[in-house]
Design a protein around this ligand. Structure first.
Ligand code: AMP
Length: 283
């Protein structure tokens, strides 16, 4: 496994394997089982696996969140080795945003401007879109792997790849969860045991709504109030419980086709997101 810190070094290294299929997994590090599931998928489907580790300042709206973001590079490298990663690309901030950097990739419309886009500020998805574009151009993979956990990020990346004509397939891997149902997240390490317990109301709310939809409920307002009750009783503060089209993020007041249910909630100082796709009538 090779660890590379510069784009020039990465390009030179990948020059030798052009013509082989490259699978790429972009991350912010602090790797956990969720990231490893993406890396295993990339390993199974490609000749060469590239992992990037870059805590992207441009996508953080809150400086204290950026400062507190866990950085565990040595452990990450060990985990990467254990799942057969070929190249770890770990650039510095100056390598990604050199002096004079003045370009931004900005996806417009509901897909980037609602929910996470509205809560975390317009700059959040601009930061995501810009860094993902830069990373895709540096690696030029055949396939890039993203987690369903960040459903809106997936929709934004799909949009920009189509709009900019970037020749890459976007693969989406299912959300990896702990045994108790909590979606794995680098931020979970900052939850106290008691907060973690409260956070479980998030998967509980998703499961309760799935059950209600399976029983025939299709009214988003009714489903939302069921979810917010469970979140409130569990001791989390919901920021939103949304029912939207998974590609466009247009709100779906009635479930007539598969709809993304997305939750953002605060548990103490930690903000968590989770989601599920609801399929009315089991179709
Ligand atoms: P991050 O390091 O948080 O930026 O995440 C890097 C990639 O891993 C993104 O595509 C995430 O959606 C994905 N990811 C994070 N947590 C999970 C999870 N619990 N299950 C599946 N994918 C995940």
């Amino acid at each position: 496994m090779t660890i590379i810190h510069t784009v020039a070094g990465l390009r030179a290294h990948l020059e030798d394997v052009r013509g082989h299929s490259i699978g790429f997994v972009p991350t912010m590090g602090a790797l956990h089982e969720g990231h490893l599931s993406l890396l295993r998928a990339a390993r199974a489907e490609n000749d060469v696996v590239v992992l990037s580790i870059f805590v992207n300042p441009a996508q953080f709206d809150d400086p204290s969140d950026l400062a507190a973001y866990p950085r565990t590079i040595e452990h990450d490298v060990e985990l990467a080795r254990s799942v057969g990663v070929d190249v770890v690309f770990a650039p510095d901030v100056d390598e990604v945003y050199p002096d004079g950097f003045a370009t931004s990739v900005s996806v417009r419309g509901l897909v980037a401007e609602t929910l996470e886009g509205a809560r975390r500020g317009a700059g959040h998805f601009d930061g995501v879109a810009t860094v993902v574009t830069k990373l895709l151009m540096a690696v030029l993979p055949r396939v890039a792997y993203f987690g369903a956990k960040d459903a809106q990020q997936v929709a934004v990346v799909r949009r920009l790849v189509v709009d900019l004509g970037i020749p890459v397939r976007i693969a989406v891997c299912p959300t990896s969860r702990d045994d108790d149902g909590l979606a794995r997240s680098s931020r979970n390490t900052r939850l106290s045991p008691e907060e973690r317990d409260r956070a479980l109301s998030i998967p509980r709310a998703l499961a309760a709504v799935e059950t209600a939809v399976a029983a025939g409920e299709t009214d988003a307002a009714a489903l939302r109030s069921r979810a917010t009750d469970i979140l409130g009783e569990g001791g989390t503060a919901p920021e939103y419980v949304a029912f939207v089209d998974p590609l466009t993020f247009v709100p779906a007041p009635v479930l007539e086709r598969p709809v993304l249910m997305a939750i953002a909630a605060r548990v103490g100082a930690i903000r968590l997101i989770d989601n599920t796709v609801l399929t009315p009538g089991g179709r």
